[in-house]
Design a binder for this molecule. Structure first.
Ligand code: NAP
Length: 543
């Protein structure tokens, strides 16, 4: 079963279970080039329940040693993963393009985002605020009863299962945000690679494994399983050694995993990022000022990466007025000029065509533009732009659903009261965007006040696509944007999903974790009696 590793960038078709290369025994599957329809070599061994068990066991065995590593070791490990990915960047980019059809520029940007994300979490781990160290010192003289000494910190939850996303082969896949934040938290990871890009998954997986070896970490700290069956994902989510799940994909897939996790004898959290239509609101002043520029920006955001982004703007609400027609005409022209790009897989292309068909079948919806037709693509994603009314939107739930691909609907709304009704009826969203000019601030203030209840990120005079990875970013939102609206899957706070707070009451100093001792040698950021401690590190605290 165990095979020698050929080279850091070799694609062998094997899965990575602890230190072993494992050929799944449930048959073979191949990646497909979505631009040409050609089958790509090699074949990948299908993993199933047996391999899920082996990987979960490996991760569990690694957990004690890995959670005990110092922040410095963990930070250096994350930085090494980034460096290992950079070392194979050329071969990696070629395989990503073959397997996804994404253009070179997008692949380069996503590679930089992935390595930047790993380095961000290295900084988060070193900084120490993630541990949420809090001290409420005891008071034996307090009346009527003494106050106990209570100290708190966060600990990792245990091994995490990560589901790679089809639409982000790097930044939301094997070494993407879920993996980086789980490893930063001290949690070993078992990744189920997305079956649309298994070669990409293996190259990145080998880079992570090289970093595991470099830092002499337990082999089960990282595992990668390849397969196309839902049984594999189900086996992982229901395995008793798996303690949390990170997922990006469809609402149906995410909900299936949420249900499977809830039915376990010991239920676990599933952090699923699922579907959003990312509404955009164009206010009258902005439209009067720059209708053509708004149309160009919207068309670019809607059709970039063939619309296969979780933040693609799928609905544009326009308060009806003299400039609405100008916007619709300019947006239609911009969409007609967009060439079809390949969709990520034949399955996603078929789901897109079905979604477009549904929009076409709605009587009150008019198709005003479609992208240039033609070209030899096997799975083309032709842009489609539709227009409807606020009344139709309120009456038909199908207009509220995500169509994953380069399609969007412009909704003409008669007045602000109707707009408010619409906002009240919107499902949870990853983002909501408002375009305004100074004269729109009254309407915008009311709108933003409602939208903060709907979306995880509010954007003014920009576009929702292109998610900055940083400390303040939120990529989350109420259901169905995510299954866990109190969290984010992008940015520094993503680490919180894989941590659990523990309070230590009246524990003697020599038995306390280092960061909770009065003489903490690391000087980590912490709170005393609910207030940040005076800065002991030069990185925070009272100023
Ligand atoms: P998906 O079908 O949800 O699959 C994502 C991952 O979850 C795959 O590894 C899949 O495994 C696994 N999975 C799905 N259902 C499962 C189940 N019932 N039990 C266990 N594992 C399960 O998403 P996709 O393949 O990326 O794309 C399909 C559709 O998802 C798209 O057309 C689009 O509508 C939506 N999508 C949305 C976003 C977003 O960010 N909003 C992103 C990507 C996709 P298998 O493939 O092996 O079954």
């Amino acid at each position: 079963m165990a095979e020698p590793v050929e080279s850091a960038m070799s694609v062998t078709g094997r899965s990575l279970v602890g230190a072993a290369d494992v050929m799944g025994t449930g048959g073979t599957f191949h990646a497909v080039d979505p631009a040409t329809g050609a089958r790509l070599e090699p074949g990948f061994g299908e993993c199933g329940t047996a391999e899920a068990e082996q990987a979960a066991e490996q991760a569990w065995q690694a957990f004690d040693a890995y959670r005990s590593t110092t922040p410095e070791v963990r930070a250096a490990f994350l930085e090494s993963i980034a460096a290992e990915i950079e070392d194979v960047a050329l071969a990696l980019a070629a395989r990503v393009q073959e397997e996804t059809g994404l253009p070179a520029g997008r692949v380069a940007t996503e590679t930089a985002r992935t390595t930047g994300q790993l380095r961000l979490f290295a900084g988060v781990v070193r900084d120490g605020a993630w541990r949420q160290a809090r001290i409420d010192a005891g008071d034996p003289d307090r009346e009527p009863v003494p106050r106990p000494d209570i100290r708190q910190r966060s600990v990792p939850v245990g091994p995490v299962a990560v589901f790679g996303a089809s639409n982000f082969p790097l930044a939301f896949s094997v070494a993407g945000g879920d993996t980086a934040s789980a490893l930063a938290a001290g949690a070993p990871v078992v990744v189920k690679g997305h079956p649309a890009h298994p070669g990409t998954a293996e190259i990145v997986g080998r880079a992570v494994r090289a970093a595991v070896r470099k830092h002499d970490l337990p082999a089960g700290t990282f595992n990668l399983l390849q397969g196309t069956s839902t049984d594999l994902g189900h086996a992982l989510v229901t395995h008793p050694y798996i303690r949390a799940v990170g997922f990006t994909g469809s609402r149906r897939g995410g909900l299936a995993l949420v249900e499977a996790a809830a039915r376990r004898p010991v239920p676990i959290p599933v952090y699923a990022e699922m579907s959003a239509v990312n509404p955009v609101f164009l206010l009258p002043g902005a439209l009067a000022e720059r209708a053509a520029a708004l149309a160009a920006g919207f068309a670019a955001s809607m059709t970039g990466s063939a619309g296969q982004l979780c933040t693609k703007p799928g609905l544009v609400f326009v308060l009806d007025g003299p400039d609405t027609d100008r916007f619709v005409a300019a947006a239609s022209e911009a969409v007609r000029a967009v060439a079809p790009a390949p969709m990520l897989s034949a399955g996603i292309a078929a789901a897109y065509e079905s979604g477009v068909g549904t929009l076409r079948s709605i009587g009150a919806v008019e198709e005003v533009a479609r992208g240039a037709i033609g070209g030899p693509l096997a799975s083309p994603g032709e842009p489609h732009l539709f227009v409807t009314t606020g009344e139709a939107f309120l009456a038909d739930g199908r207009l509220h659903e995500e169509v994953f691909g380069p399609a969007a609907v412009i909704v003409r709304v008669r007045d602000e009261q109707r707009l408010t009704e619409i906002v009240e009826r919107l499902e949870g969203q990853l983002t909501a965007t408002v375009h305004l000019s100074p004269g729109d601030h009254g309407t915008a203030a009311r709108l933003l006040d409602r939208l903060e209840l709907v979306a995880g990120r509010l954007i003014v005079n920009g576009w929702p696509t292109g998610v900055e990875v940083g400390h303040a970013m939120v990529h989350g939102g109420p259901f169905p944007a995510t299954s866990a609206p109190a969290t984010t899957s992008v940015g520094a706070r993503a680490i919180e999903r894989f941590l659990r707070p523990v309070a230590y009451q009246d524990v003697p100093a020599d038995l306390l974790p280092r960061e909770l001792r009065d003489d903490d040698p690391d000087g980590a950021v912490r709170w005393r009696d609910g207030r940040p401690e005076t800065d002991r590190t030069g990185r925070g605290g009272d100023r």
